[in-house]
Structures are given as C-alpha cells and as structure tokens.
Design a protein around this ligand. Structure first.
Ligand code: DGI
Ligand code: FE
Ligand code: FE
Length: 187
C-alpha cells in the first residue's frame, strides 16, 4: 500500500476532526524530525497511523491486546491506553509495516516508555503539540520543543498526569517511569 492509500484507509477509521489532528501530528512530526535529526519519512508514516484504532469499539481493542500477547496490564488501566498498542499491531499485521522504529513510535505514543527512542519522542511530542491542540500548557510545550525534546515531553507528561489526578483516575505505572527517565536524561 502506498502513502496515499494508507491515508485513505486511516481517514475512513475516524471522524473529520480526528483526521485533522492526524494531519497536524504528521506535519509536526516531520518538523521535529528535521529539527532533532530524526528520519522525516519514518516520522510521517508513524504519525499517519498513530491513532488508527482510536475510534474502534473498545472491546475490539481489548480483544487485540488479549489475543496477541500484548501487555495484559494495559487492560487494568484507562482504555485510552489501548489504541496505541492495537494500532501498532494492525500496522504490522494489516499494513505490513515491519520497521520496529515506526511500530514502537505508534505503540508507545500514549504511555511513553523508559528509554524512548528519538522516533518515540518525536511522535509522542508531536501528538501533544500539533497545531490543533489547545490545553493550558501547550504553548509552554511548543516553546520548550524549540530546544529540547525531553523538556517538552516532561511538560507534556506533567499535564497528562495532573489531568488524570484531577479526574481521580489511575495512572499507568509506565507513564510515571517514563517521566522519571526523561528527567534523568535532562539532568
Ligand atoms: O490519542 P490522542 O488523544 O491523540 O492522544 P494520546 O494517545 O496521547 O491519548 C491521551 C489520552 O490518554 C489522554 O486523554 C490521557 C489518557 N490516559 C489515560 N491514562 C493514561 C493516559 N495517558 C498516559 N500517558 N498515561 C496514562 O496512564
Ligand atoms: Fe493516540
Ligand atoms: Fe493522537
């Protein structure tokens, strides 16, 4: 499947506003890749597919996680964490993408992980700061992203963690470990 066919397949999976978000993540991922020495072609591809499963019925997302040996502990936490792992699975099985850098960037774009690769960081940060995003710390994140992927990502995870706390939700432990690891990388 070429890039245009992939884009059509993605568009069909989501409402218009989520497609506009995906376009924003594509543009921002390429900008960040150029700024920080990543591969813009891979960043674009990961961005195209990153939210592929976002609007799938949650039971279908859970089924992919249960039946394919994906991390079962995800199922004990917020269902927003599931689409990224399901998406990486579909990217490989349905679209034949075997590049682990691209698959990992899709897989960890929500939770983050310890020792995020450059590509993981690019896609995760682009997801936080694409032009359509509007939340209190987004301008700070965009400013930090001029110079440091890690500082901008810490600000991003801080906002997510604070949000989850205000909602009384549980936090996936890997998100906490990711934030700690990024702080270690800064200092
Ligand atoms: O899919 P998007 O909306 O573009 O963004 P995303 O994949 O980063 O998902 C973010 C949502 O996931 C956000 O509303 C917070 C929610 N979430 C729930 N539990 C956790 C979590 N995010 C992280 N990083 N860690 C969690 O434990
Ligand atoms: Fe997502
Ligand atoms: Fe997204």
């Amino acid at each position: 499947m070429n890039r245009e066919e992939l884009i059509s397949a993605v568009k069909e999976q989501m409402p218009e506003r989520r497609w506009l978000h995906t376009l924003g993540v594509m543009e921002t991922s390429v900008t960040l890749a150029k700024r920080f020495g990543g591969d813009p072609v891979k960043a674009d591809l990961a961005a195209i597919l990153h939210d592929y499963c976002k609007y799938w019925p949650v039971q279908e997302q859970a089924k992919i996680i249960r039946e394919n040996g994906l991390p079962q502990d995800l199922l004990d936490y917020d269902k927003e964490l599931w689409h990224s792992h399901a998406g990486a699975y579909i990217a490989k099985e349905q679209f034949g993408i075997h590049d682990e850098e691209i698959l990992d960037a899709i897989r960890y774009h929500t939770s983050g992980r310890v020792q995020m690769t450059l590509m993981d960081k690019i896609v995760c940060l682009a997801d936080y700061m694409e032009p359509g995003r509007d939340f209190p710390s987004v301008d700070l994140i965009r400013e930090l992203a001029e110079r440091s992927l890690e500082k901008a990502l810490v600000a991003g995870f801080d906002s997510t963690i604070s949000f989850l706390i205000t909602k009384g939700k549980r936090i996936y432990p890997l998100t906490i470990l990711t934030r700690n690891d990024l702080i270690t990388q800064i200092n």
